[in-house]
Write a protein that binds this ligand. Structure first.
Ligand code: WT7
Length: 571
């Protein structure tokens, strides 16, 4: 059995007495730190990199990069020079303030130079996960009206360049790129580009980054964040990541997801920490080695990854020295108490759960080094943030009652728009200025929040958010599939896996080959992580009278649960 609470771990964390600070903190205190304090203008690219390059941190290592082939270090001064060069390449091909520049490439140092270079021009960056296939790439570029795409020769084949009228230039990061009216060779221009670049100073409310994420219905939504988010990235780097000057920090997330930008780029660099980036795929040996070789002190990862490491066993972990670690954090899905216990056993450290979403831009409910942890709980709101459990009308519920996890509007890193869809944006809010997360939870009598599930049908698989509708739409494009309903099925390692119920068109019969073909069809059309691991054939699917597939009923069948109210179901 794991004990009910784990006592606080350090007396010397950046966030001292949680309650005292919670009671007195005002965001204005954190705002003082940035250039707008003097000039009224600001830029994330400058605040994250240049301000350190212009200080006594110039020769401090900003980035430790490694993958199977490369092993490199860059100081803040070098990051400044290289992101300026990348910025100049982008400027030369026409990028200006407000343009959308998408980056579709694997985690390499060049991705980071280009992302920072984009921000320094005041343009809006849209990072795309490298696993996306043509359909998913096209949807996002089309919806955002992207003007420039940065990619590499391997991924270029998945970009339907001719079908995207807004897309003016494609910058290709690779060897011997053949240029044409649209394709531009990155290295050819980068090598000779100037190291000096005039920063485009922007308003704190100007657009900075666009992350596409899934909902339960329709196409992915473009969540827009503005430069103002830096206030919260900075403050949570101090309080939650607990970063200090001598820390070496590693966030394992890819910048295609919000964790990989907010906490893989912005938060650590805003406080001038040394940041580790590991390219390539997950492997227990590579991961432990990354900690050992870089002497990582603060580590931010996800429950799925911890469970995979746990599954790899003690024999692997024993080969490595992980004693540099001081502080470990998790995000993305519920952190099982069992994983917390594993952390105590193998690292002698608590794993600190943190809760937030693409839409919230930064951490909101967390566990802090100075606070007792109740394993299984997401912790308490950060100072400056008001969280509550509300009913569907926005009324606050008392402790221990389950309801909608909601946040009082006004935290610095809140999304400012869903791209092109104002009505969608409005749908997140309830009377009383409550932002409604789509998660259900309760708060206990000590003010700790406990995650209970999603209120919508969004699937969290291996920490990635998948919209069931997007998968269903792809499935019904397959010639054999008549109807499809997609649910998340609980899985011990991935949290959930994608399970599809389908009915077949006349003349088709299920076979192992057909099943594989359908799975590959989704993989090729959407992304490998969106393909259903399990497919089950039904003669027909449960539908409402208006023809909507009832995923709730499919889920109940799958889990042997009562199906609930079936009054809206067609006969
Ligand atoms: C959804 C947001 C920005 C974090 C990465 C995922 C789930 C997130 C936790 C947690 C239980 C969590 C929620 C949330 N989630 N953190 N600590 N415990 N569930 O960002 O892809 O926007 O997904 O992830 O369901 O709504 P995302």
């Amino acid at each position: 059995m794991i004990s009910k609470t784990i006592s606080s771990q350090t007396e010397t964390s950046n966030l001292g007495n949680y309650q005292d600070i919670y009671n007195s903190f005002q965001w204005q205190e954190a705002e003082q730190h940035f250039t707008w304090n003097e000039t009224g203008r600001v830029n994330m690219g400058y605040e994250a990199i240049d301000r350190h390059a212009n200080s006594d941190k110039a020769n401090k290592v900003a980035l430790y990069y490694s993958d199977q082939i490369r092993n490199e270090e860059y100081t803040f001064q070098e990051m400044k020079d290289l992101s300026n060069k990348a910025g100049n390449v982008l400027k030369d091909i026409g990028v200006a303030k407000g343009d959308r520049v998408f980056i579709f490439m694997p985690r390499t140092p060049e991705l980071y130079f280009l992302l920072l270079g984009t921000l320094k021009l005041g343009a809006i960056v849209g990072p795309l996960f490298e696993a996306f296939m043509e359909g998913a790439v096209k949807d996002r570029l089309e919806d955002s009206g992207a003007k420039v795409l940065v990619t590499n020769p391997e991924l270029l084949g998945r970009v339907p360049v001719e079908e995207l009228p807004d897309l003016e230039k494609v910058l290709v990061v690779g060897n011997e790129v053949k240029e044409d009216a649209k394709l531009i060779d990155f290295y050819e221009r980068f090598d000779g580009a100037s190291k000096s670049l005039d920063i485009e100073w922007v308003d704190r409310e100007d657009g900075m980054i666009l992350h596409y994420t899934s909902g339960s219905t329709g196409k992915p939504k473009g969540v827009l964040h503005v430069h103002n988010a830096m206030i919260q990235h900075y403050q949570t780097a101090k309080w939650v990541l607990d970063l200090r000057d001598d820390d070496v920090y590693w966030c394992t997330a890819d910048p295609g997801w919000v964790t990989g930008t907010s906490y893989g780029i912005f938060a650590p660099w805003l406080v001038g920490a040394s940041n580790v980036i590991r390219g390539g795929r997950f492997s227990p040996d590579d991961w432990y080695q990354t900690i050992e070789e870089n002497k990582v002190t603060v580590w931010y990862s996800a429950p799925t990854a911890f469970r995979m490491l746990m599954g790899a066993g003690a024999k692997v972990i024993e080969k490595y020295n992980l004693s540099s670690l001081r502080h470990v954090l998790s995000v993305g899905e519920p952190l099982n108490p069992e994983v917390v216990r594993w952390g105590m056993e193998v690292m002698n450290l608590r794993i600190h759960d943190t809760w937030w979403m693409t839409e919230t831009g930064a951490q909101l409910i967390c566990n802090y080094p100075s606070m007792e942890i109740k394993p299984g709980s997401m912790g308490k709101p950060i100072p400056g943030v008001v969280a509550a459990i509300v009913d569907d009308q926005g009324n606050e519920l008392p402790p221990n009652r389950m309801g909608n996890l909601a946040i009082k509007k006004g935290w610095p890193s809140m999304m400012r728009a869903i791209w092109n869809r104002p009505e969608k944006y409005q749908s997140y809010f309830l009377p009383g200025d409550w932002y409604v997360s789509g998660d259900s939870a309760y708060m206990d009598e000590d003010g700790y929040f406990w995650f209970q599930g999603r209120v919508d049908d969004v699937i969290m698989t291996a920490g990635e958010r998948i919209g069931p509708f997007e998968v269903e739409s792809k499935l019904v494009e397959h010639p054999a599939v008549a109807e499809a309903g997609v649910i998340g099925k609980p899985d011990p390692v991935r949290g959930e896996i994608i399970k599809a119920f389908i009915s077949l068109r006349d003349g088709y019969e299920l076979s192992a080959e057909l099943e594989e073909d359908i799975r590959n069809f989704v993989k090729k059309g959407l992304a490998a992580h969106a393909a259903p691991r399990e497919i089950e054939i039904k003669d027909s699917l449960p539908k409402t009278r208006s023809g909507k597939i009832m995923r709730r009923v499919l889920k109940a069948w799958e889990l042997d649960l009562p199906t609930g109210d079936l009054s809206t179901m067609e006969d």
